[in-house]
Write a protein that binds this ligand. Structure first.
Ligand SMILES: [Zn+2]
Length: 82
């Protein structure tokens, strides 16, 4: 039942969510810093592996609550249709 405009809104929201997530939780790869200090380090999310040097970020994955909180910041609330 979505109109094209709704799809565009959802698409933008998901882009915003990704951006906020990265801004909030992304950290520069420490191994990139060591190996190639002049290059911009890869930004890693929790549990993400650096494609350049294979370093894996040791932080636990974001919890559903953390994901939901990001959505809330963007003005979305999780709706339980149970
Ligand atoms: Zn790296």
């Amino acid at each position: 039942m979505s109109k094209d405009s709704d799809i565009a809104i959802i698409g933008n929201a998901m882009k915003e969510h990704r951006r906020l997530r990265r801004q909030r939780f992304g950290v520069p790869c420490p191994k990139c810093h060591m190996l190639q200090p002049k290059r911009d380090a890869t930004i890693l999310m929790p549990q993400q592996k650096c494609k350049v040097d294979g370093y894996r970020d040791p932080r636990p994955r974001l919890t559903q609550e953390q994901e939901d909180n990001l959505w809330k910041e963007l003005g979305f609330e999780r709706v339980n249709n149970a």
